[in-house]
Design a protein around this ligand. Structure first.
Ligand code: J9T
Length: 240
């Protein structure tokens, strides 16, 4: 998969050299391009924002640097005549608290794409015409991590890249660990324990030491249901 990121803080993404995603980049499973929006400005101050039309607090990101930065990634708009034969382009994602909610299902869907482009804006936003223009050229999605505001899209994009990247085949060593965890089955994860079997007066639930695999599976399932019912009843399927 290819991932491009446009941001005014390219260094923020240096941590993608580390850990599992760093390894995935070295092995070529993930190809990453991080682009500085300010490289697409043309004034001495490398200005990326301006005051909002209609008034109000804060600044809005100007459309021209965004247009130029994204054109450089997408290529210039295709002439209308050749549009029909064009291969589908990248999915363009704007992290935004006004977007659809990012979920494990969306992470899985995005992990199957060949090319994602993330456009990190500041929280007052990017001129709407950038979204509207690129929506005429391909798939555009506004995506929110949850119901809270951040200073910029960078942290949200980092979370999305980690959630998506680990689902790309080969990135996580043991694919079984992907299936058993929270959210993939629609329920929260069961609690886990390792040695020692007794620690600070707390014992590992005896069933886990029993060697009875049927009983262990049933216990874990019951724990998942109990946890989900207690903290995230909204996730329970109607039949439960
Ligand atoms: C600037 O971006 C945000 O504030 C943001 C992005 C994605 N999800 C959120 N919940 C906030």
């Amino acid at each position: 998969m290819r991932i491009d990121i446009v941001t005014i803080f390219p260094e923020f993404f240096d941590v993608l050299d580390l850990s599992l995603l760093g390894k995935a980049r070295q092995s070529g499973l993930i190809e990453l391009g991080v682009h500085n929006l300010r490289d697409h400005t043309h004034d001495r101050h490398r200005t990326v924002d301006d005051t909002p039309y209609g008034g109000g607090a804060g600044m809005v990101m100007k459309p021209e640097p965004w247009g130029d930065a994204l054109d450089a990634i997408f290529g210039e708009p295709a002439p209308v005549s050749s549009e029909a034969d064009a291969a589908p382009g990248p999915i363009l994602i704007f992290p935004s608290p006004a977007g659809e909610q990012f979920t494990q299902a969306m992470a899985r869907e995005l992990s199957e794409q060949p090319h994602l482009v993330f456009a990190c804006g500041r929280y007052e936003g990017i001129d709407q015409r950038v979204v509207d223009h690129f929506a005429t050229r391909g798939e555009v999605r506004l995506v929110s991590l949850g119901d809270y505001v951040l200073n910029g899209g960078e942290v949200a994009v980092m979370a999305m890249i980690e959630a998506v990247g680990r689902l790309i085949p080969g990135v996580v060593g043991n694919p079984e660990s992907l299936v058993e965890e929270s959210h993939e089955g629609g329920l929260l994860e069961y609690p886990s324990y390792t040695k020692p079997s007794s620690w600070r007066g707390l014992d590992v639930p005896p069933v886990l030491l029993s060697g009875n695999h049927g009983a262990i599976s049933a216990w874990r399932r019951a724990q998942q249901l109990e946890r989900t019912r207690r903290v995230r009843p909204d996730l329970l399927p109607p039949a439960v």
